[in-house]
Design a binder for this molecule. Structure first.
Ligand code: NAP
Length: 474
């Protein structure tokens, strides 16, 4: 029998999704000594890099430079990118079983968690994920509308996404103009009336989910100041003991930075970001549009697992706002033909090996998960590297044990033939490099890092104009 992973029988792996987790999985496969591997990465959009392009805030350009590593991975022999190919629509689970020895799901968490409170669906109440995708030029979200004529906004949640949303809402037009924010969002935000953004945490400052660099940055906005009520920093004995234990240096530093904001005199800058703690939204009020958010004040108690949880006190407050963004976490969506555990929004798995069911399920041979669809929406970009390594090492263990799929046609040509038969106009990595160059050139002319194409049609037209040979003519 021919040994899999050799020149005569390359290991064929399909990676679904082209965000950080997918690229780190590819990197680990490429690093395996003496393994001959063909990696085909499928992506729904014509553009690679997932949340690095569509999620990372536009004023965080430095973070985006991680794509230079992904670029090196994509250029390695044996790696092919198939953009504009949607899993479950253009290519199915069944199809992949025909062409690959292993499938790695790296699709992230594409939806959001809800608050489940009355008024959540009123016009003017949105998920932060929609707003983030909109200002980052994600083609599916470019037509969303946000009523930026409002002066006051509430952002629910105190994670890094909430901080991103609040900061982008309060940046000056000049600050935004230095970024790669979508053109239409730059215009809308430059004409925005937003003056006040309340960021609402249900627990105390010592339990906030944001990280140090992100909270420090709020002190450096050109036209907005960060306001913290000193009373909110009077810690309860449980939080105080937690910080004093030294177990959480990030929380300790967060509280120190917040104390600096609490001491600063307010009113120096025209716009305000007001951080509030120990409040939970109970209702979004309004008749045909958001008019206010009703919150209950909380106190903390120690739950059985030792974590400090919020408990309502019975004291309520209404904060007048015309726009609400809920930023309480992302949530995965199921893929056709792939097991899913709805409660956590993940593919059930054991350290990355897909299971038929959460907890008690049996192994699904040859199928793996990495990133947010494996562990849930936590951690920063770099967290996905050890996460992907863990999964790929199990895949390699399965390869050595002969526990992978036995596809009837393990051939890239055969897979491409299928896409061609279906008239799928896929975008190669070379095509992406053309789009990338065009975006950067257009940005340079305006002193911006890039000017994004925000629709699939625009991207395909630009490729056609650039004379890029597309695999299939429409
Ligand atoms: P997150 O860090 O999990 O924060 C979610 C926030 O929502 C928490 O403050 C949480 O409070 C709160 N929350 C949850 N349910 C709630 C409810 N029912 N009512 C009120 N508040 C509620 O999620 P995220 O901000 O979406 O970020 C996702 C991941 O991406 C994180 O790991 C984040 O660090 C990362 N990220 C990083 C950056 C960066 O590095 N600059 C930027 C963006 C995102 P509790 O703690 O009380 O549950």
């Amino acid at each position: 029998m021919v040994k899999l992973g050799t020149v005569s029988a390359p290991l064929r792996v399909a990676i679904i999704g082209s965000g950080p987790a997918g690229f780190y999985a590819a990197e680990r496969l490429q690093k395996e000594k003496r393994l001959v591997v063909e990696i085909d990465m499928f992506e729904r959009l014509p553009t690679p890099f997932g949340l690095v392009r569509g999620g990372v805030a536009p004023d965080h350009q430095k973070i985006k430079s991680v794509t230079s590593l992904y670029d090196r991975i994509a250029r390695k022999p044996g790696f092919h990118f198939y953009g504009n190919v949607e899993f479950g629509v253009d290519i199915t689970h069944e199809d992949l079983l025909h062409f690959y020895h292993a499938i790695i799901y790296a699709v992230g968490a594409q939806s959001d968690r809800r608050l489940n409170i009355p008024g959540e669906d009123l016009p003017g109440s949105h998920s932060a994920t929609e707003f983030v995708a909109w200002y980052n030029g994600h083609p599916d979200f470019r037509d969303r509308e946000f009523d930026l004529s409002q002066e006051s906004v509430a952002v629910v949640g105190v994670g890094n996404v909430a901080i991103d949303v609040a900061r982008v809402l309060l940046r000056t037009p000049a600050e935004l103009a230095r970024t790669d924010i979508a053109d239409y969002a730059l215009e809308a935000l430059s004409n925005s009336n937003v003056r006040r953004v309340y960021v609402l945490g249900r627990r105390g400052p010592a339990q906030a989910a944001f990280t140090n660099a992100e909270i420090k940055e709020l002190g450096e906005m050109e036209g907005a100041e960060c306001i913290v009520d000193p009373k909110d920093l009077e810690l309860d004995p449980l939080s105080e003991a937690y910080l004093e234990s030294g177990a959480d240096p990030v929380a300790e530093k967060n509280v120190q930075v917040l104390a600096v904001y609490a001491r600063q005199p307010a009113g120096k800058k025209p716009r305000q970001l007001i951080l509030r703690f120990l409040v939970s939204p109970v209702e979004i009020l309004g008749t045909d549009h958001v008019e206010a958010i009703r919150v209950v004040h909380n106190e903390l108690y120690a739950a059985e697992d030792g974590t400090l949880r919020p408990r309502a006190t019975g004291q309520y407050e209404e904060i007048p706002v015309g726009l609400v963004f809920r930023s309480v976490g992302y949530h995965g969506v199921p893929l056709p033909g792939v097991p899913f555990y709805d409660r956590w929004g993940v593919i059930p798995n054991d350290r990355g090996r897909v299971l038929t069911e959460h907890g008690t399920g049996s192994l699904v041979i040859g199928e793996y998960a990495v990133g947010w669809i494996k562990r849930g929406p936590t951690g920063v970009i770099g967290t996905n590297r050890p996460d992907a390594i863990e999964t790929v090492e199990l895949l390699l263990e399965d390869l050595r044990a002969g526990r992978l799929l036995s596809p009837p046609e393990p051939s890239r040509e055969a897979m491409e033939r299928l896409l061609a038969e279906r008239g799928i106009r896929y975008v190669t990595y070379e095509d992406w490099l053309v789009i990338d160059e065009l975006e950067q050139q257009a940005g340079q002319a305006l002193g911006r890092p890039r000017l994004k194409f925000c629709s699939v049609e625009e991207m395909l037209e630009a490729l056609a104009e650039a004379g890029q040979a597309l695999p299939v003519e429409e």
